[in-house]
Design a protein. Structure first.
Length: 236
């Protein structure tokens, strides 16, 4: 029996990178997975890879569109009637720019995916999460977002940093609102080699998938904090 046997899991950004590796790992641990992605070709390829591993249900949609969250909710309600784990993984970068050199539209674009996408999905799925077993939301954040009173407060990749810092704040606010009902944590996956990083990074997506698995298995009481896998880091 796998560590996530019969767990009902939703993963956004599931067609490549960390999301695809996590879906593969979670299916191998016995979970049932609804995978969300906006690129039809990538999602179809992911489905072909993942279907033999277990119960994988693809949902095509952009997390910046509220209708996508509603589509995911409808799919989960019809299939399961509850959700045990939501992984808000979908994210985009902002390029190596400062707040001064960024285009005016860059912050809006990055916030829409990295923050509002997670907000829409979480907000719509709260009723189903409350029906789950030790339900948890994991927001895939980044050490780049730990910018207050920290040496990480660099000027580069500014819009991305600010989006992840805001996502951390969103994590705390949801955790406080859902205390004793749904656990909500932010996860630092590490510097992972993905398309978003241009293939740069210290580790492959499988390492991030392991940290996500470890975070999924943390005690339910762990909430409102920043984690790296099973390590509870807290806030700066």
């Amino acid at each position: 029996m796998g560590a996530l046997e019969a767990k009902r899991v939703i993963i956004t950004g599931a067609s490549r990178g960390i999301g695809l590796a996590t879906a593969e790992r979670f299916l191998g641990e016995g979970a049932e997975v609804i995978g969300v992605a906006r690129n039809a070709g990538n999602l179809s390829a992911a489905e072909e890879k993942l279907k033999p591993l277990g119960e994988f249900v693809p949902v095509l949609g952009d997390v910046t569109d509220k209708a996508t969250a509603e589509k995911v909710e409808s799919t989960a309600r019809e299939r399961w009637g509850a959700v045990d784990l939501l992984v808000n993984n979908a994210g985009i970068g902002s390029g190596n720019k400062t707040m001064v050199t960024s285009d005016l539209e860059d912050l809006e674009r990055v916030m829409a995916v990295n923050v509002l996408g997670a907000h829409y999905m979480t907000h719509v799925l709260v009723p189903l999460l409350k029906n789950g077993v030790d339900p948890r939301v994991i927001n895939v954040s980044s050490g780049a977002g730990r910018i207050i009173n920290s040496e990480e407060a660099k000027a580069s990749i500014a819009c991305y940093r600010l989006s992840k810092h805001t996502l951390d704040g969103l994590t705390v606010l949801y955790a406080n609102a859902l205390k004793r009902k749904v656990s909500v944590v932010a996860l630092g996956p590490g510097y992972i080699r993905t398309d978003m990083t241009g293939g740069e990074g210290h580790e492959d997506p499988d390492a991030a998938a392991q940290r996500l698995l470890d975070a999924a298995l943390l005690p339910f009481e762990v909430t409102g904090t920043y984690v790296r896998g099973s390590e509870i880091v807290g806030w700066p």
